[in-house]
Design a protein around this ligand. Structure first.
Ligand SMILES: *[C@@H]1O[C@H](CO)[C@@H](O)[C@H](O)[C@H]1NC(C)=O
Ligand SMILES: *[C@@H]1O[C@H](CO)[C@@H](O)[C@H](O)[C@H]1NC(C)=O
Length: 203
């Protein structure tokens, strides 16, 4: 059995984003591409509806660390570690609806392929939905494990800030991974998809 380059990278470096030759699913397997991007990205830009003057009611986009699980076996659910002291989280208290944008521009892939971040070939996704606090103990454990694994600094964030685990509840997935405009994926198809090939030649 052949071991593909990305698999070797994952084993050697832990983070595939530091490796060349990311094994991206074919662009027409849109749901798989979306899961792949969501799993590779370590941060997302989250847009909320601002509750703050002087931009109240206007879109407000801000960077957040995310993790959907281990690299190669992501759950597809972007988990976050939040505090109500944070400006965008305050927006979410008023209106939990949000949009998350993630791009392979944050991996080495687009740079090595010579792809501009705005090129659809530099695959990026936009998730519509809302932020929910994770109350279930087992799910919170999962979120903690894989957020802290990707973002070890989180362990040392100030204990008096009231950090909690949250997840992005996806209602619609928008995918830009090729020419011809945006494609959409339902949450059902997104969660059914397998982003990584199990066998190198089975497609
Ligand atoms: C967690 O509990 C809060 C407060 O009771 C509730 O608003 C929220 O919807 C719950 N989250 C989930 C994922 O059920
Ligand atoms: C979460 O998303 C699903 C669609 O995947 C939607 O049906 C449901 O209403 C959402 N839940 C909340 C609390 O927004």
């Amino acid at each position: 059995m052949t071991v593909t380059l990305p698999a070797v990278c994952l084993l050697l470096l832990g983070l595939a984003s530091r490796c060349s030759g990311l094994d991206i699913p074919p662009h027409d397997a849109v749901a798989r591409v979306a899961r792949f991007v969501a799993n590779q990205c370590t941060w997302a830009s989250m847009a909320t509806i601002s509750s703050h003057d002087p931009v109240q009611g206007q879109p407000f986009s801000n960077a957040f660390s995310v993790s959907d699980g281990p690299l190669g076996h992501g759950s597809g659910v972007p988990y976050m570690y939040l505090t109500r002291m944070e400006i965008s989280v305050q927006d979410l208290q008023v209106n939990p609806q949000a949009s998350l944008s993630m791009s392979l521009a944050q991996t080495d892939y687009c740079i090595q392929q010579g792809l501009d971040p705005q090129s659809p070939l530099c695959a990026h996704i936009i998730l519509s939905g809302s932020i929910l606090e994770v109350n279930d103990t087992a799910e919170a454990e999962f979120a903690k494990k894989w957020l802290f694994w990707r973002h070890p600094e989180m362990m040392d964030w100030p204990a008096d800030h009231g950090w909690f685990f949250a997840k992005f509840n996806i209602t619609k997935v928008w995918v830009l991974d090729y020419f011809g405009g945006v494609k959409t994926v339902t949450p059902e198809d997104y969660f059914k998809a397998t982003p990584y090939r199990k066998h190198p030649h089975s497609g």
